[in-house]
Ligand binder design. Structure first.
Ligand code: NAD
Length: 467
């Protein structure tokens, strides 16, 4: 799987850089290929390609841009099984999750935004003014490894529909999904330079790309730590900043609700994708007098979870993406033990080849412990008890993050609680998510929103012409 090529000016290009990094399969620990760290010459060429393509792309009719984006969607559907295989290989995402969620969610969200864009007002009259919405210019799309297809989709779909051109830089742990997406875009036949992709690490390639004078928008999904550092770069030329950052999201179980559902909703977000999900409901709040019942429900639920080779159809939990991430997760587990939390389930590395960690649940956790405050980004759930619903809300909001949340309980009461949570998304009981609703975070979980027309709004400049 060796590819040293970058994609810009509408075709595959040899890199100027000769600096390459190994890409590993986290299940086997074997090297599956290499990826190039694009240097400044490579970045300059990709940005120049996007800049040159901007005016004519921005001047197309919105419906013409939508036709091209629709072709990308068709390509994703056509090559879905290849995308799934690559994600299993480089990320370790289980086959069932890669098919049902990783790939499927990209199709659903793209479809949703394509349906919505027909209702978007690119031009409207306000008294004697014509108000026009149009693209900013070049968008630098910096994406993480945990949803290697959809994190890119969530940026390029609204950015392209709004009239921008893009330079994508995916995470170096999962470059092959992104390179396959670039093949799909190439087949879709977009005008040269509208979509560009360069591979590379964050500290050099990402740093240079996001500092580039000809980049108008930095759209970043990743850690809060790196997200914060991007303010400085954005201020240099007053770039628009879209940030989708970390989370430590609460699930509140209310008396009278379905406890099995609360446990399942929470646990599934920590088991699928090995808990490497920004919106994972990693803090489960239960009434103090229901702790013993909760422990039993959790133990029963975790009994039948298959951890193992992500290629096997019945595997739910695969490996952590890398050795470094695995060690980080294990350090958090040790920290939880040191701070006095009790391990109810798991708590150890699994002794086999690959970066496997046991699905882990802690009880007797205080909300101010490290494992309740910091994002672990692994299969670790913490259970916290409360005395009153007011206390549950206060504890749930006692976090630097505010990305997601869930409430399981009598519906009217659950909705009232949801109104008081300081997070961008909240799931009531077994509600389904429409891909047209906004996704994004309060507080240090981010700036701006993704999906539907809410996503498009982040990528348009607004001009008023008075007549
Ligand atoms: P990361 O911040 O280390 O890296 C994300 C991307 O930024 C990568 O492409 C990386 O190469 C690049 N990067 C790193 N340093 C950079 C720099 N100085 N300048 C420019 N680019 C740089 O995050 P990660 O480890 O890849 O992903 C995990 C994090 O992402 C978690 O905190 C998770 O919560 C967050 N995340 C958030 C969302 C969301 O929608 N809110 C979704 C997925 C992941």
């Amino acid at each position: 799987m060796t590819k040293h090529t970058l994609y810009y000016n509408g075709s595959w290009q040899d890199a100027h850089s000769t600096d390459v990094e190994d890409v590993l399969n986290p299940t086997t620990e074997e090297v599956i290929g290499q990826v190039v760290n694009a240097d400044q010459t490579d970045v300059d060429k990709a940005v120049a390609s996007a800049k040159a393509a901007f005016d004519s792309w921005n001047e197309l009719k919105p419906s013409e841009r939508a036709d091209y984006v629709n072709k990308i969607l068709q390509g994703i559907t056509k090559r879905k099984s290849e995308l799934v295989d690559v994600m299993i290989k480089e990320l370790g995402s289980s086959r069932q999750f890669s098919e049902s969620t990783q790939a499927a969610i990209s199709e659903q969200e793209m479809q949703g935004t394509l349906e919505e864009i027909e209702n978007f007002s690119f031009e409207e009259e306000v008294d004697n003014a014509t108000v026009i919405k149009e693209g900013y210019g070049v968008v630098a799309c910096i994406t993480p490894w945990n949803y290697p297809l959809n994190q890119i989709q969530r940026k390029i779909t609204p950015a392209l529909l709004a009239g921008n051109t893009v330079v994508v830089k995916p995470a170096n742990l999962t470059p092959y999904t992104a390179l396959l997406l670039a093949e799909i875009v190439d087949e879709a036949g977009l005008p040269d330079g509208v979509f560009n992709l360069i591979t590379g690490n964050g500290s050099d390639t990402g740093d240079y790309l996001t500092s580039h004078d000809d980049v108008s928008v930095i759209s970043f999904t990743g850690s809060t730590q790196v997200g914060k550092s991007l303010y400085e770069k954005a201020q240099k030329t007053v770039k628009q900043l879209v940030l989708e950052l970390g989370g430590k999201s609460p699930m509140i179980y209310l008396k009278g609700g379905d406890l099995e559902l609360a446990v399942k909703n929470s646990a599934d977000t920590l088991l699928h994708n090995q808990g490497q999900t920004c919106s994972a409901l990693s803090r489960l709040f239960v009434p103090k007098d229901e702790l013993e019942r909760t422990k039993k429900v959790i133990k029963d639920y975790y009994t039948d979870i298959k951890v193992g080779d992500p290629n096997e159809a019945d595997t739910m939990v695969g490996p952590i993406v890398s050795k470094e991430q695995m060690e980080r997760v294990l350090e958090y587990i040790e920290k939880g033990k040191e701070e006095g939390a009790e391990v109810l389930v798991g708590g150890n590395k699994i002794d086999r080849t690959g970066y496997f960690v046991e699905p882990t649940v802690f009880v007797h956790v205080d909300n101010d412990m490290t494992i309740a405050q910091e994002e672990i980004f692994g299969p670790v759930l913490v259970v916290i008890t409360y005395d009153s619903v007011e206390e549950a809300i206060e504890l749930a909001n006692d976090s630097i993050y505010g990305l997601s949340g869930g409430v399981v309980g009598p519906t009217d009461e659950a909705i009232q609680v949801a109104h008081k949570l300081k997070t961008g998304n909240i799931m009531i009981n077994d509600a389904e998510e429409t891909p047209k609703a906004p996704f994004g975070g309060y507080k240090q979980s981010g700036l701006g929103r993704e999906n539907g027309l809410y996503g498009v709004e982040d990528y348009v400049e607004i001009k008023a012409i008075f007549k």
